[in-house]
Structure formats: C-alpha cells, structure tokens
Design a protein around this ligand. Structure first.
Ligand code: WT7
Length: 650
C-alpha cells in the first residue's frame, strides 16, 4: 500500500493523554476552542496579546497589522525589540546558571553552555564582528557545523541588527557562492570544518572556493577553530578566537523595528534559482516562541531536542530562536543518527534525559528499519512528547514512533509548516487535540487555513485542493530578497483572492483534520529537504556533455522521494559501461553544483525527452516512467511517443 492509499484509509484516533493534558499549557479542547474563538472575534487583538505575552519589547507597539502594502504585510511596526535580548538577556535575572545548550559532538563529547555563558559569547562575537565594520542591515553568511557557535553567530548578528543568512553545511561551494552573491554579504562566518559520522566536513575550503570563484561583496571571513587546522588567508580571514580574545562581554543590543529583517533563508521553488525568504524580527519571534510553548508545551524543566540543522528553517525556529526565547534547556547534536551506530538518538535521549524530541519522518523510517531492539536498549522514559516535521509521515512510521519510542504514552505532534510560514501552522496542541496517524490535525489558533480550488473557492470534505492560509500571520514571509514580483507571483497569485498559497495539496476529513498530500509544484521533498526539479535540471545541463535534462521525483520508502533524472547527452546516447561512467560523472557534478543531497538516485539516458508539440517536457509521463509504468491515458499531444519505451528501458 503506498502512502496516499494508507492515509486515505487511516481511521485510528488517539485521544490526548489525560496525564499529559493535566499539566499542559493548553490542556483541553475547550481551551483550544476558546483561543480559536478569540482569534475569530478579534484577530488583531489576539495577535497583539500573543506578541506582548511571549516577547519583551523595548518600545511597545501600537500598530498591530499594517496591510497598506499587501501582500507585503507588516506587523507591530512601531514596536522595537532585539532578538538576542529576547533569547538571552531577559532570562538572566532568574536563569543565568541554567544550561541553555547541551552540545554533543560527533565523537560523543559533551559541552554545557549556561545562559550567562551564551550571553557572554554572543556579546564578544557581536563586538568582534562590529569591529570588522559590520553594522545594522548588513548581510552575514553563516556556514557552520551543528555546534553552539552556529547559534551564537546567528544571535551575534541579531544583537547588532545584521541580517544573517545561514547556508546548510551540506551545500556546495557553488551553492554557497550563489547565496553570498544574492545577499551581497560583507561577512562570512564559518568553521575550519565540522564532524559528521566520523568524517570531516570541509567547510572552510568550500568558502575559499566560493570566494575564488567571485564574491565581490565579501570583506572578511571569520573562522571558528572546530578542528584546529584552519589555514587562514592573509587579508580576509580572521580566527574566531583571535577576534573575540580582547572583546567585552557587554554589547549594547541594537533595538530594531519589528519589521527589521532578522534573517534570509534560501529555499527552493518551482522555477529559477533558490529564493531568499525574508523574515521580520518581531513577527517571526512571536510565532517561534508561541509554537514552542503551545505545540511542544515547553516548560522550565524540559530538556528539548530538535534534530534539525540550523541550515534549515526548523533549525531557526526550533533550535536557535524559539526554545531560547522560552528559556529552556536544549540538546544540540553535531553528528548523524547512524554514527557510531543506529542507536545514537536513543542513547542521547537517555544520556540527556530528553523530554521533548522533534525529528523528521525520514529519520524515523530509517531507524525503524533497524528493528525494535535498537531503541529497546535505551531508557526512553524521560520522553513526554514527540514531534515530526518535513514531509507527510506514513501511518506505519507514525505507529512505530508512537509505540516503540513513545511507549504509547507520548503524544505525537505532526507539524505542518514551511520556510515561508516561519513556524508551525497546522499541528495538534498535544493536550487538546486528538491525533490521527498521518494527519497534522488542525490549524493553530489564529491560523486560518483552508483548502480551495484554483479559483480560491472552498472544496468539500475529503476533496483534494490547494492548501491556503486566508489571513496574514506574524511570522509570514515578508518578501523574496530583491524580488518582490516573484514573491507576489509565487505566494499570492491573482486568482486566489489574496490567500497565501502554500504550494501543497491537501484534503480535510469530516472532523476538520488536514491531510497533506504533497507538493503541487515542481518541488521535491527528499529526506525532508526541499529541492526544485529546475535547480537540478539547470545543474545537469550546465555539464558540457549534457544537452537536455528533466528531473522528477519517485516515491522512496525511507527518503520519501528520490530523484530521477532523464538526460539527453550531446552526441550518441551512452550505453553499457559508458552509461555507468556518465552516471557517476553526473552525480558527482550535481553534488558539486548544489550539494550531495541533490544527487539523482537514478539517471536514464534517452535520444530525446517526451514533449508536447509546443516543446514542453511532459513530466507527468516521466513520473510514470520513473516508477516503471508506461503511461496510461492521453499521450496524443506527444510529439515523439516512441521515446517512452526507450526511457522505460523496454
Ligand atoms: C514543505 C516545506 C517545515 C520545516 C521543514 C521543511 C512539506 C513540511 C510537513 C508535514 C507533510 C510537510 C510540505 C511543505 N512538509 N512539514 N508535517 N506533513 N508535509 O520546510 O523546506 O520549507 O518545506 O515540506 O510539502 O510545503 P521546507
């Protein structure tokens, strides 16, 4: 049974655990309904209350929502605040000695950083980058391993009003260069390397390569000595330790307007190059803090662990900003779930007594394959809540997570959201909302989600359609950096009545529960990583031997989706050994152009590609061929039907 079928027939319901609900921040359906009603009756008042309750403002706001330049909505515009103050300073009176970050390195060594230490390190680095000339509004690229210094770098930027853009350490030098140039960053903060699964990740050499290839805006590179082998380039490079050596642990925070950009984060779209999603300081922090409180129910005595990398939005909202804004203790992990063995996650939960654990379906499926006796070796009794994010979770993996990891005791929060939404949009409040395996359940209070047809009209129950959000919310994307037109085109297409178009299809069942079906655009979701088919195609055709390429996704039982590329080479179609060699060449090439996560799993060569008479590649047919099916249905518009059999290998 494939995922879609299993989801359509799923009808198990799990009521909130009463013991959990008794202590939860939002502990009943009535409490949830009351919040929903509050938002319905006074939408702006509801969000103003959340913004005041969850954040500390230096200048209180009087304007709540400014829609005068819609769809570029603005929130809390006349308020001022600083993100690092909200994540650190305001906790110091009560919690200076509380551990903020328990950092476990790839090799298992552990460091603990208190809120006071976090404050001091952030202040020193902030003073350091200030001394390099970085000021409010400047862009800073952060290209770091999953170590506390990644969060410290982000918070140091926020402290002085610089706009950070974190680039995932798995992206290549090419991808890094594109992002540097799109942001016009003056500074890059990196490390001499990272460690993952016992192997080093050569971050610094990728930065060198990017800069050699041309990054005119970059003046300085700060290098954290993670491995202790940094070779510094005279003129540009500054060792992190040297930069902060003489710096004060006091750094007056720059109080910025609520709309001041906190960060840019690049993500893939259906066309063109990755887009720099721009988030605003105030609105982003409201939803990041609120969802960590409501959905993860985080409290003072929790030990929270989100396994995402800070290179993704999940790492922004649920590693760096959200949990720190609430002043909780969190685990940060440099390595990978399979090293030194597949019990690593469960051993870490036992070691650090993790109570709230948030990971991706792809990790759950991979670990499930190893069998129940692997997690059984660890004491998981500290857990009280489990979360998942990144892609639809199939009921089988959900049930395993529930039964084997959560001992049928822990609620599961399947959280639907996106880089653009900044924080959870549809997810169960675990003390209030019953769960169903494979459903992200119901929208959070204040989030007006719906499913509509292509004209923006609501569809009936159980009918698939476009997932939209009908009203602006504080942590929504403000624009695509440098491309307002693309922002409007992508997210607020004219036909849709001003609704935010998520790009996912979904259906809603008779209980009002949302079931995400997948992307409606040419975006793939590989192990929870978002990749544009166009991006991979552009990388392939940039190879001198490639004439044309088309990329589609194919269901994969661990990764969710795998990447299949159909390639037309210049000259003869490669066969036999030549084809094998070409496959390797192209996989390596894509890894170099984008990163290893974008490597096609399967590459097929054809004399040409299936196209309509007007020259449009028919991806629908290629998706069928990718799973070994000769397309049923209408192929009459096809220019060259014979190509289908060749690509199928028949
Ligand atoms: C896309 C967003 C959200 C942070 C990580 C990914 C898919 C995300 C779920 C979920 C089904 C999900 C959607 C969405 N997605 N969470 N719980 N159930 N699908 O962020 O890279 O911006 O990707 O991931 O397709 O549009 P992203």
């Amino acid at each position: 049974m494939n995922n879609l079928e299993s989801i359509l027939t799923e009808n198990r319901v799990f009521q909130p655990n009463p013991e959990f609900a008794a202590h939860a921040r939002i502990g009943s359906l009535d409490a949830y309904n009351a919040l929903v009603a509050e938002a319905q009756n006074d939408y702006e008042g509801f969000w103003a209350r959340q913004a005041r309750e969850f954040l500390t403002w230096d200048t209180p706001f009087t304007t709540i929502l400014d829609d005068s330049n819609a769809p570029h909505y603005r929130w809390f515009t006349d308020g001022k605040l600083n993100a690092s103050v909200n994540c650190i300073d305001r906790h110091l009176p009560a919690k200076a000695q509380k551990v903020a970050i328990i950092a476990e390195a790839d090799d298992g060594s552990v460091r603990e950083i208190t809120y006071q230490q976090l404050h001091d390190e952030v202040a020193k680095l902030a003073n350091g980058i200030k001394s390099l000339g970085v000021t409010k509004g400047d862009r800073v690229i952060i290209y770091m391993p999953m170590i506390p210094e990644a969060s410290i770098a982000m918070l140091a930027c926020a402290r002085i009003g610089a706009i950070h853009s974190v680039v995932f350490g798995g992206f290549s030098a090419e991808a890094l260069r594109d992002r540097i140039n799109d942001t016009g960053a003056r500074l890059v903060i990196t490390a001499d390397g990272g460690m993952r699964g016992g192997r080093t990740v050569p971050l610094k050499s990728a930065v060198d390569k990017a800069l050699e290839a041309g990054c005119a805006s970059v003046e300085k590179v700060v290098v954290f000595e993670r491995l202790g082998n940094a070779a510094l380039n005279a003129g540009t490079d500054v060792a992190w330790s040297a930069l902060i050596a003489d710096k004060s642990t006091t750094c007056d925070p720059e109080m910025v307007e609520a709309e001041h950009p906190l960060f840019l984060l690049y993500t893939s779209g259906s066309t063109g190059k990755p887009k720099g999603v721009q988030h605003a300081t105030g609105g982003f922090l409201v939803n990041a803090a609120l969802t960590n409180a409501w959905v993860f129910d985080l409290n003072d005595d929790d030990v929270y662990w989100c396994t995402a990398d800070v290179g993704w939005i999940t790492g922004h909202s649920y590693v760096t900003y959200g949990p720190l804004a609430l002043g909780v203790t969190q685990v940060m992990f440099e390595g990978i779930p399979s090293y030194p063995d597949g019990g690593r996650f469960w051993q870490m939960i036992e070691r650090h007594k993790v109570s709230v654990f948030y990971t991706a379906p792809t990790a759950i499926r991979a670990l499930m394959k190893l069998g129940d006796d692997v997690p059984a070796k660890s004491d998981l009794s500290s857990l009280r809540l489990l979360g998942t994010v990144g892609e639809p979770i199939n009921p089988e993996a959900w049930m395993w997570y529930h039964r084997v990891i959560g001992s049928e005791r822990c609620p599961i929060a399947d959280t639907w959201w996106q880089t653009e939404t900044g924080a959870h949009m549809i997810a169960p409040l675990p003390g209030a909302i019953a769960t169903k395996p494979g459903s992200c359940t119901r929208p959070l209070p204040g989030i007006i989600a719906d499913i509509v047809d292509d004209e923006g009209n609501p569809v009936g129950h159980n009918q698939g359609g476009n997932l939209v959000i009908k009203k602006p919310w504080p942590s929504m994307i403000r624009t695509i950096w440098g491309d307002d037109a693309r922002f409007q085109r992508s997210y607020f297409p004219e036909k849709l009545k001003g609704y935010y178009l998520a790009g996912d299809s979904a259906r809603r069942d008779d209980d009002g529960y949302f079931w995400i079906m997948g992307r409606i655009d040419d975006v793939l979701n590989v192990s929870g990583h978002r990749l544009g088919t166009m991006e991979i195609e552009s990388a392939l055709v940039a190879h001198p031997l490639v004439a044309e390429a088309a990329v589609v996704g194919k269901p994969h039982d661990i990764k969710g989706e795998s990447i299949v590329a159909f390639v037309v080479c210049k000259g003869d179609r490669p066969e036999g050994d030549a084809a094998d060699a070409m496959v390797k060449t192209l996989r390596d090439w894509v890894a170099e152009q984008i990163g290893p996560i974008a490597k096609p799993d399967d590459i097929r060569f054809g004399d040409n590609l299936p196209k309509t008479r007007s020259g449009k590649i028919m991806r629908r047919l290629l998706r069928g061929i990718a799973i070994g099916e000769l397309p049923q249905g209408d192929v009459s518009t096809l220019e060259n039907p014979a190509i289908l059999e060749q690509l199928l290998g028949k």
